[in-house]
Ligand binder design. Structure first.
Ligand code: GCU
Ligand code: CA
Length: 129
């Protein structure tokens, strides 16, 4: 089943501000991370059983240059997604990533690796078997 975790809803964390100035987001806003290395967006997600999960992270990147990040699952870097330009801050797209989760609570952190920071992050959708 799939569950959507909004970036602006606790216990999600945003090293920056929750903004609502660019339309098209889900919920009441999005995470505008600070434009600096390590200004992360973090989600706490539940999995009923351990195993492979599909993540869909919704984001907008209004500049032409992609913004790379580490995807850190339960404290370990799992992969290195890069968030491409979407053409406008109001153009939101989803990126699909596959990770392994533990049963119960898991922390999923997108940690930017350049001074550009993250794109604006709307939500994380998690599908578990
Ligand atoms: C602009 C935009 C923000 C965005 C920022 C960025 O300031 O309004 O929503 O987060 O650029 O480059 O990260
Ligand atoms: Ca930003």
């Amino acid at each position: 089943s799939a569950t959507t975790y909004e970036a602006e809803v606790s216990p999600a964390l945003c090293t920056g501000t929750i903004d609502s100035n660019w339309s098209g987001y889900s919920g009441t806003g999005f995470c505008n991370g600070n434009n600096t290395v390590g200004a992360y967006a973090q989600f706490t997600v539940n999995a009923s059983a351990a195993g492979t999960a599909t993540l869909r992270v919704r984001f907008a990147n209004g500049v032409a240059t992609a913004r790379p990040a580490s995807l850190i699952v339960n404290g370990s870097t799992a992969q290195a997604p890069s968030f491409e330009g979407t053409g406008a801050w109001t153009t939101w797209v989803t990126k699909t990533l596959t990770v392994t989760l533990n049963a119960g609570g898991n922390t999923i952190r997108f940690n930017p690796t350049t001074a550009s920071g993250l794109p604006n992050i709307d939500y994380l959708d998690v599908t578990t078997p």
